[in-house]
Design a protein around this ligand. Structure first.
Ligand SMILES: *Cc1c(COP(=O)(O)O)cnc(C)c1O
Length: 330
């Protein structure tokens, strides 16, 4: 059997675009750019796709017939696993835990079910390990929360090589800082290890989207160090590039913030759609950082899919089954 590191799910490179930043009070700002990973696949974009290229290849390589993962009920990760596992001929299951209700979360869950996801709802995060043990059968490959382990994060090591090429050919200047949402930390980990490997001067600001921020930072550090080892670069060198920004988390995971909503209005003027869980918070931080600097280049890494969910919801339930609807809490 031919060994394969990645399955091809996306189309690369994703575009980099300059954002017109309206200056406040005429003061000079850094230039703001966006890396459009929302466009990584017309099927379903966002930052889970690059990770799944490695994780699903490993599942196939292991001879698995199903993958099992976990996440919040309206998680993008669970949608991405359902969509792309199916495309490579694997069944998908997920342990789902409650999260604050929103239309976006309900739409994600309906899309995941329509894509054939087998859902195992539990009432709290603390119950997830038992549910995972129960669901874990022979021939099942486990995909961690957010696809964030050293293997999945290799997708973002590759993404930096792609960025370095774009900089090389003059598509954009070498950024001083990359700003990206940080949940389970795999994206930050891959970017930091990738920057270390590419020898760029760029630093990474991971905008924490969950509480407690020190736990998010510890998880991200762990994954960054493991990813650096896997990529053959210095774990200290990679982690030294990272700052975990905790000022945008507000009242926690999937709870919208006022400054995030304002960032969404500004993003809409540049044709960029944001979500309240991740990208509103990260874009607010990117805008703040660009405006706090007088010069230089800030790259906001866009991690949300912009593919229409309606196509993915076709053939699925019109309403959520009650045990799953109960996971989306008012
Ligand atoms: C999952 C997700 C993130 C967080 O990425 P991690 O690698 O888990 O830190 C950020 N933005 C969006 C839109 C996501 O779906």
């Amino acid at each position: 059997m031919v060994s394969m590191d990645r399955v091809a799910l996306g189309t690369y490179p994703t575009p980099v675009e300059r954002v017109e930043l309206a200056p406040r009070s005429g003061a000079p700002t850094a230039t703001l750019w966006v890396k459009r990973d929302d466009l990584v696949s017309p099927l379903y974009g966002g930052n889970k796709v690059r990770k799944l290229e490695y994780l699903l290849a490993a599942a196939k390589e292991a001879g698995a017939s199903r993958v099992l993962t976990l996440g919040a009920a309206g998680s993008h990760h669970v949608v991405a696993v359902a969509v792309f596992a199916r495309r490579v001929g694997l069944a998908a299951e997920a342990v789902l835990v409650p999260q604050p209700a929103s239309k976006h979360a309900a739409d994600n869950l309906r899309a995941a079910l329509a894509q054939g996801l087998e859902a195992h709802p539990v009432g709290a995060w603390a119950l997830a390990p038992m549910a995972l043990l129960r669901a874990r059968a022979k021939g099942t490959f486990f995909i961690p929360l957010g696809g964030s382990n050293a293997l999945g994060s290799m997708g973002y090591v590759d993404a930096v090589a792609e960025l370095a090429q774009e900089v090389e050919r003059g598509a954009m200047p070498e950024p001083d800082v990359i700003v990206v949402a940080c949940g389970s930390g795999g994206t930050v980990a891959g970017l930091a290890a990738g920057l270390e490997r590419a020898g760029m001067r760029t630093r990474v600001v991971g905008v924490a989207v969950a509480d407690p921020v020190p736990i998010v930072a510890r998880m991200t550090e762990w994954t960054t160090r493991r990813t650096a080892l896997r990529a053959g670069v210095s774990p200290d060198g990679a982690w030294d590039r990272v700052e975990i920004e905790g000022r945008h988390v507000g009242h926690g995971y999937a709870v919208a913030t006022e400054w995030g909503a304002r960032a969404a209005e500004e993003a809409a003027m540049s044709g960029l759609g944001l979500d309240p869980t991740y990208t509103e918070k990260a874009y607010a931080a990117a805008l703040g950082l660009a405006r706090s600097r007088r010069d230089g280049t800030v790259l906001y890494w866009h991690t949300l899919s912009s593919a229409p969910l309606t196509a993915l919801q076709e053939g699925g339930p019109a309403a959520l089954p009650s045990d799953l609807a109960a996971l989306l809490r008012e």
